[in-house]
Design a protein around this ligand. Structure first.
Ligand code: 4NP
Length: 149
């Protein structure tokens, strides 16, 4: 799960997906990162923490990190929150195989529409919408690869 700062959107995506795969007993490894380094080492944004907590998901164990080239080897699927993240991730890709792993997460909900998960950093009210978008997207990703949810 990749966004810009790894403090707002991708920590929510990591928390939601981790919660779902645990419930479904799937052997998936979930992680998140940011394309930028400004917030490395920080906790998720307090508004992301509060929104996740509302749905009984604890994301306070997460610390922000920056995406690294090796991530495109380590993971089978790299999910970008918006088109800017998507373009930045592709710059790390050194093979067609790596490029094929990178997707906009909302394309699992609306294929081909290239919809962004909006950056809620400057909008206190944006976090709930981001949570709902990611909750639906994570269900679709799981459905696509594994099981009906
Ligand atoms: P995120 O949100 O990419 O969803 O973690 C942002 C957090 C911080 C900044 C930008 C986006 N920033 O510029 O500091």
């Amino acid at each position: 799960m990749v966004c810009l700062g790894n403090i707002c959107r991708s920590p929510l995506a990591e928390g939601i997906m981790t919660h779902k795969v645990k419930q479904l007993n799937l052997n998936w490894q979930i992680d998140s990162a940011g394309t930028g380094a400004w917030h490395v080492g920080e906790l998720p944004d307090r508004r992301s923490i509060a929104t996740a907590r509302k749905y009984s998901i604890d994301i306070t164990g997460q610390r922000a990190r920056q995406l690294k080239p090796h991530d495109l080897d380590r993971f089978d699927l790299i999910l970008a929150m918006d088109s800017s993240n998507y373009q930045n991730i592709l710059r790390y890709a050194i093979s067609e195989d790596q490029k094929q792993k990178v997707h906009l997460i909302m394309n699992f909900v609306n294929p081909g529409r290239n919809q962004n998960v909006p950056d809620p950093y400057w909008d206190d009210n944006g976090f709930e919408q981001v949570f709902q978008m990611l909750d639906e997207a994570c269900d679709k990703v799981i459905e696509h690869f594994e099981v009906e949810v």
